[in-house]
Design a protein around this ligand. Structure first.
Ligand code: EPZ
Length: 409
């Protein structure tokens, strides 16, 4: 396992470029299982989760090679093998094996799918989608002798269940409709990629219409990661200095930028480059995490240190109502907070250096914010979990003035 050692107290000055979106890259990688041919994926982020997903495809016989900023994935000849549990249990995106393997091979073993353990991660909506398209559950495995188009309505706008429903419908026989779907930018990215593979998929608001097709290799450039972009904008406000964040999918960030304005920050947008500055008085504010286009749940843990740094605030999460475990390690950095059900109150707090374990991906980044702020040396262990979602973390932060070192424990 890796640990991050930080000497806090330095402002950030310069420019950080965000990498490709983790939550867009992962569905695209697993959707290659549906296709026969070579796909070209540009701007894949070099993060732990992507490396794990590519390793799972290699276990099935995919040929993967990277040349510059393009990753070529050849899925011409794949055979179904039960992927290694170590890989499957390390990422939540391994749930996408359900839709992709049922479509390609007519089978998929149920395995201990992974994902950050900040809440229970059920898959009931995924399984009911699989059954709606004709799969049966037999002795711990899903099997089908040919998926048929279906007309389904998701009871929750689940990102993962929407991804799997698309993967099931894309090459099923006949037409499908998926109602009540998630509309995150990474859903549209997956649709764009599959359509480049010969699919016929259209989204109208929260309904997706699909005509099943045989799919060949496709081509896409992965969109910028709005969670990473938001994370570095928050870092620039917490630590001060003058930081520009480049490569932002600005059009996907309205709720995030509006939340920063509630604090009192001024947001300067020039194309895909954003700067956030707090010149006037900060304000206490509230954020409510909701399905897109609402405020993203993945950024609520990172807004907690922002509130602690300034005038405090309130966080409600309607997606993961219990996603406040990160407040415990944050308290070792001096953050004072209280949780009431699906709401947390964060009080203005004086930061202290500390030693802690990264609780999960976004909570780990949240702890890193406090470590970078507090004068003195802090250490965050189990840091691999942060590197699952933040590419070139040490390089990006060191280049703008942070004193950070990532080493094996
Ligand atoms: C995806 O997780 C993201 N992960 C998460 O990001 C993100 O927090 C989440 O979407 C919401 O935006 C990836 O894309 C790899 P959901 P997912 O299905 O698909 C309930 C990060 O930090 N639900 O949209 O697992 C569930 O309990 C990660 O990058 C069911 O009840 O999330 C939750 O309350 C963390 N049954 C809600 O739906 C199901 O079968 C939303 O979950 C599935 C979900």
């Amino acid at each position: 396992m890796k640990k991050i050692t930080v000497l806090g107290g330095s402002p950030l000055n310069g420019e950080i470029t965000v990498s490709g979106s983790k939550n867009a890259a992962l569905p695209i990688i697993f959707s290659c299982i549906l296709t026969k041919g070579v796909s070209e994926i540009e701007n894949l982020p070099d993060i732990g989760d992507v490396r794990s997903a590519l390793s799972i495809l290699r276990e099935m016989g995919a040929a993967v090679r990277r040349s510059g900023d393009v990753t070529y994935i050849d899925t011409s000849s794949l055979t179904y093998v039960t992927p290694s549990e170590r890989l499957v249990s390390s990422i939540r995106a391994s749930t996408y094996l359900l839709g992709s393997c049922l479509s390609r091979f007519g089978r998929c073993d149920l395995m201990p799918f992974g994902g950050c353990a900040f809440a229970s991660r059920p898959i009931d909506l995924h399984l009911s989608a699989c059954k709606s398209f004709g799969a049966q559950l037999r002795r711990g495995s899903l099997a089908s002798d040919g998926l048929c188009g279906a007309n389904i309505d998701l009871s929750l706008p689940s990102v993962g269940a929407t991804v799997n429903a698309i993967l099931l419908a894309a090459s099923a026989k006949g037409e499908s409709r998926i109602g009540g779907c998630a509309v995150e930018p990474h859903i549209d990215a997956l649709i764009a990629f599959l359509n480049s593979c010969g699919a016929d998929i259209k989204r109208q608001d929260r309904e997706i219409f699909v005509k099943g097709r045989r799919l060949h290799g496709g081509k896409i450039r992965v969109i910028g990661d709005y969670v990473e972009a938001g994370s570095y904008l928050v870092a620039s406000l917490i630590l001060g200095g003058d930081l520009s964040v480049r490569g932002c999918p600005t059009e996907d960030m309205s709720a995030v930028l509006d939340a920063l304005r509630l604090l009192g920050a001024e947001i300067d947008i020039r194309g895909d480059c954003i700067r956030a500055r707090l010149e006037g008085k900060s304000r206490r504010f509230k954020i409510t995490a909701e399905p897109y286009p609402g405020f993203p749940t993945d950024l609520q843990p990172i807004f907690a240190p922002l509130m602690a740094r300034f005038s405090g605030g309130e966080i409600e999460d309607t997606v993961w109502p219990t996603r406040f475990g990160y407040l415990k390690p944050l308290s070792s950095f001096g953050v004072d907070s209280a949780v009431f059900g699906s709401r947390a109150i964060v009080y203005p707090s004086r930061p202290l250096p500390a030693v802690c374990n990264a609780p999960d991906l976004r909570g780990g980044f949240s702890c890193l914010m406090l470590a970078l702020l507090a004068e003195g040396e802090s250490v965050i262990s189990s840091a691999d979990i942060i590197l699952r979602g933040y590419a070139d973390l040490e390089e990006k932060l060191s280049a703008v003035g942070a004193h950070i070192k990532i080493k094996n424990n």
